[in-house]
Design a protein. Structure first.
Length: 296
């Protein structure tokens, strides 16, 4: 047992220490910047007919589309940040889920912005309608996340105030986080190479970009649902307060709604995401009222 415990601590320090987080953050931001510049260069080469490979791809027609690339890497960092905060704060962990789905919408906005059709038939064009839905959804989500963070804040317990049960629960979450880092890394690589495998030198268009969302983030949120269920069941060993159990169960429902949004498009997609975050916000508001009303 001491050997396993020591191994777990070493892996946690390697994957999820503050130094690791700062290194990964700098590395991903550097890659995002390089990716952005490379994407711009590809657009320039296609525009001046220097290359014809993938010349018909919508991501290589307009410089605005190049913003899609750095946002993709920012999303990768947000996935890591979600895992990083899992052992420390459940509400911060849920907040990161909401931030990830909002960034996915923002990334989609940049892609669609490059191919908007500015005509009097705006509300009759499918892509323009999707852009409108996403624009409104991003504003609503931004405000809902602000409210969620505001009402989800908790006074951090000092080491002396932390009970042994809470410490054990934190250790369980650390073990889960250590497993999640390499799991999501290999999931991302598998998705990317599977998507890129559809490319050939005779291709004029990239494979559908929606497949990246459907293959990775679809599976990503499916895994998060499983993690949330494990955390809920584990919490029963340490927490028996009704309002906390309902809060954690509500967060699982919120994650499931986000997962469901990947199976639909258009207005229903945006509505499901907004409802998911709104549900989480209402759960935390009701939970906080319980905390204030219950006797110490």
């Amino acid at each position: 047992m001491p050997v396993i415990k020591k191994l777990g601590q070493s892996l946690f320090k390697f994957f999820l220490s503050n130094n690791s987080r700062e290194y990964i953050e700098r590395s991903i931001l550097t890659i995002a910047l390089v990716g952005f510049l490379m994407h711009l260069c590809l657009i320039g080469l296609v525009r001046y007919d220097v290359i014809t490979f993938l010349s018909e791809s919508e991501l290589l027609q307009n410089p605005i589309s190049a913003i899609y690339t750095p946002f993709s890497f920012i999303l990768i960092y947000e996935v890591y940040a979600l895992i990083f905060y899992l052992p420390y704060s459940f509400t911060t962990y849920i907040t990161k889920q909401y931030e990830i789905i909002t960034l996915i919408i923002i990334r989609r906005l940049f892609k669609d912005l490059a191919s908007l059709e500015l005509t009097s038939n705006w509300f009759e064009i499918k892509d323009d309608l999707q852009f409108t839905y996403d624009l409104i959804a991003s504003l609503v989500l931004f405000y809902l996340i602000y409210l969620f963070i505001k009402h989800g804040k908790r006074k951090m317990l000092s080491e002396k105030e932390t009970s042994d049960d809470v410490k054990q629960f934190i250790n369980v979450k650390k073990a889960i986080a250590v497993v999640l880092v390499p799991l999501f890394f290999f999931m991302a690589l598998f998705t990317f190479f599977g998507w890129a495998g559809d490319l050939t030198w005779s291709s004029e268009k990239l494979p559908e970009l929606s497949s990246i969302n459907n293959l990775f983030f679809d599976k990503f949120f499916t895994v998060l649902i499983m993690v949330d269920v494990v955390l809920l069941l584990t919490s029963f060993f340490y927490v028996n307060e009704f309002h906390k159990i309902i809060r954690n169960s509500g967060f699982i429902i919120s994650t499931i709604l986000i997962r469901m949004s990947f199976s639909v498009t258009g207005l229903i997609n945006s509505v499901l995401i907004i409802v998911a975050v709104l549900f989480g916000l209402l759960i935390i508001l009701i939970h906080n009222n319980y905390e204030r009303k219950l006797p110490n």
